[in-house]
Structure formats: structure tokens, C-alpha cells
Design a protein around this ligand. Structure first.
Ligand code: KG4
Ligand code: ZN
Length: 340
């Protein structure tokens, strides 16, 4: 089955064609147009600008991956939340229109479900199949959640952030240090040259009894550390601060997830969301699982499916179609606060 995926929830316009067969999903085509450079001037995403750019980009991009009559496509999957309402609407209304004129099933996909299903994309026959129950750590610019997945399409919230998302904390620390936007990749790059032991930063809620997170205290600790320096930090100090912050943030994410794995004993652990591009997180979570639950399968999405893309939306859409979870093209609405 071939699924057309459309993603416009934030600042990436993305379209993709994914082919699904049984438990396997393979990417056939994907185009992503990032507006990051445009938003970087403002230090963050400007919702109105994002929506306008989606309007401009989406149709020409669709024309490059699918014919005008929709031939060869079995269904259309679109992100309908969570995200920026104007941005989401561009994708949702376009998908509704195409589903109606092509008379194809429409599948509304939760953006976070997409991040989870990025893990299924392009897995080869030589790789072990993903088995349930699974535990997912979703870390993005807007979300930090641990989710227990007993089977396809079932999501139980285990823990979440009580304030900032992990990606948001990376972005804010980057801003404090005058690094570019989005901050995650910039902080990670600087951290490569830094000493993570130089600054002793807090690891909030690491030892609390629940599986919730908090990143605002860590962010504030970075701010106070910068203020205490009294003079503008040198490149070396910035690198040390990035490394120390990254170690603290990754430490909390890995610590909490490892404890959830020990308690819930999933057969597979999945990682998803923009912050899953962080090499330290990918590595340290893998090492922790190897040590504490060596029989657990650890799956991380290929780098190109970590940040927002339509391939992951089409992949999630494929599995929803298998369960007949389609949407009504007349009534599907963008839902900026959609939860899993
Ligand atoms: O999933 P995503 O593309 O968009 C949302 O759904 O939010 O995630 C974007 C977030 C941003 O906060 C960005 O700074 C962060 O992912 N990010 C990273 C890295 N690459 C992207 N954070 C840490 N390390 C990275 N290498
Ligand atoms: Zn995302």
C-alpha cells in the first residue's frame, strides 16, 4: 500500500510517499522544506509566517511526488495536531481536499504518533522486528513524554515534563549563549569541544518517585551560571557550559527512562522527536539499556527521520489504515492541543 504523508505542524513543510507491506514501511520519496533560516532571525518560530510559507510551498511540493490524479496512492495521511493551528490547517485542509477529489481514505495522524513510527521506517529484514510491549521516549521542541505502547495504536502516558520540553531547554540555552536557532544542534556541536564536568548543574527530578521531568530549573541554573561569570563567556567557557548542560539534560532523560524500563519491562525501547538526533542521548540511552535490561531491543530512528518529516506521518498513517482508523474528509479539524 502506498500512503501520501503531509506534515505542516510547525516550521517544516514536508511531503512523502511511503510503501507499507505487513510490518514493513519503506520511504519511496520525501521532500522537506525547512523555514528554519527565516525564523532564526526572530530566535523562534513565528506562527503567521510559518502558515504562509506552508501555503506557498505545499502544492508545488505535492506536484513533485504525486501525479495530479493521485494515481498509485492508496490513502492520504496528514498531521492534524498538536502544533501551530494556522500551520496545521494548511496541511489538513489540503489533505481533506485531495481525499475528496481523489476519493481516497484520509487518515488524521497525531504528530507524536508520527515521531514514534519514525522507528519503523526503512527497517531492513536483517534488523530485529519491533516487538510489543514497547516503551517510547519522545523528546521534541514541544514535548517530553514517556509512553507505554502495549500494541500498535495504543498509548499510555507514563510520564511527561511539568514545564519546558527537552528541546525547548536546548533552544533556550543556545539563545542565552548567543548560538543559532534551533539550539539543539548548536549546543550539541559546541558540547563536543567542552568539558562536561566544569559546571555542576542540577538534574531536576532525577530521583523523584514518578516518571515526570522538569527542565526549567536546569535552564535557570544555566542562566545564573552565565550571570556569575561577570564577563562575556569565552568560546571555551561556552563549550564547557554546553557540555555540562547536555550531560545534565541527557542524564535526566536516560535516568528516568531506564527506571521506567526496569519497572515496565518492555520488549522494545523506542526513541523519537527532534532531540533524538542528539548523539549523546542516542549513545547513553543505548549503553544504559545494555547494562540494566540487556534483553530489551533498543531502536532509534535513522537521523533523517528524527526531526519533523512527512515520512513518519505516512508510516503512522499506514498502520492506522491497517486498523481502519480513517477520518472523515468533511469534518477532520486541526487540533493544536491534540494529545495521544
Ligand atoms: O521534533 P522536532 O523537529 O519539532 C517538534 O515537534 O518540536 O524537534 C525540534 C527540537 C528543537 O527544540 C531542536 O533544538 C531539537 O529538536 N534538536 C536537538 C538536536 N537536533 C534537534 N536537540 C538536541 N540535540 C540535537 N542534535
Ligand atoms: Zn516534531
Amino acid at each position: 500500500m502506498r500512503i501520501l504523508g503531509i506534515e505542516t505542524s510547525c516550521d517544516e513543510t514536508s511531503v512523502a510517499i511511503v510503501e507499507g507491506q505487513g510490518e514493513r514501511v519503506r520511504l519511496k520519496a520525501q521532500l522537506t522544506n525547512s523555514q528554519m533560516k527565516e525564523h532564526a532571525k526572530f530566535g523562534g518560530v513565528v506562527p503567521e509566517v510559518a502558515a504562509r510559507r506552508h501555503v506557498e510551498f505545499l502544492m508545488p511540493m505535492l506536484e513533485r511526488v504525486v501525479t495530479r490524479d493521485g494515481k498509485g496512492i492508496d490513502a492520504i495521511a496528514v498531521t492534524y495536531g498538536p502544533g501551530l493551528v494556522g500551520a496545521l490547517r494548511v496541511g489538513v485542509e489540503s489533505a481533506k481536499t485531495l481525499a475528496t477529489i481523489w476519493d481516497k481514505p484520509l487518515i488524521g495522524v497525531n504528530h507524536l504518533e508520527g515521531h514514534i513510527y519514525a522507528n519503523w521506517l526503512d527497517r531492513t529484514a536483517r534488523q530485529k522486528p519491533i516487538v510489543f510491549p514497547a516503551l517510547c521516549l519522545i523528546v521534541s521542541g514541544g514535548h517530553t513524554e514517556i509512553i507505554f505502547m502495549p500494541r500498535h495504536g495504543m498509548y499510555e502516558l507514563v510520564g511527561e515534563t511539568r514545564d519546558d520540553a527537552a528541546g525547548e531547554a536546548f533552544d533556550k540555552v543556545a539563545k542565552m549563549l548567543g548560538l543559532g536557532y534551533p539550539g539543539g544542534p548548536e549546543v550539541a556541536k559546541m558540547a563536543l569541544k567542552g568539558d562536561e564536568k566544569r559546571f555542576d548543574l542540577p538534574r531536576p527530578m532525577l530521583d523523584s518517585d514518578d516518571f515526570d521531568f522538569s527542565f526549567s530549573g536546569l535552564k535557570t541554573a544555566v542562566l545564573y551560571t552565565i550571570r556569575e561569570l561577570k564577563k562575556n563567556p569565552s568560546a571555551k567557557t561556552k563549550a564547557d557550559l554546553c557540555a555540562s548542560f547536555q550531560a545534565a539534560a541527557v542524564g535526566v532523560l536516560v535516568g528516568k527512562t531506564t527506571r521506567a524500563i526496569e519497572q515496565m519491562k518492555p520488549k522494545t525501547v523506542l526513541l523519537g522527536g527532534g532531540v533524538s538526533a542528539n548523539v549523546q542521548l542516542r549513545k547513553k540511552l543505548g549503553n544504559a539499556i545494555k547494562k540494566s535490561s540487556p534483553k530489551t531491543l533498543y531502536v532509534i530512528p535513522p537521523m533523517k527521520y528524527t526531526t519533523d518529516n512527512a515520512g513518519m506521518i505516512a508510516a503512522a498513517g499506514y498502520f492506522k489504515l491497517l486498523r481502519d482508523e480513517t477520518s472523515d474528509p468533511l469534518t477532520l479539524e486541526a487540533d493544536p492541543n491534540l494529545s495521544l
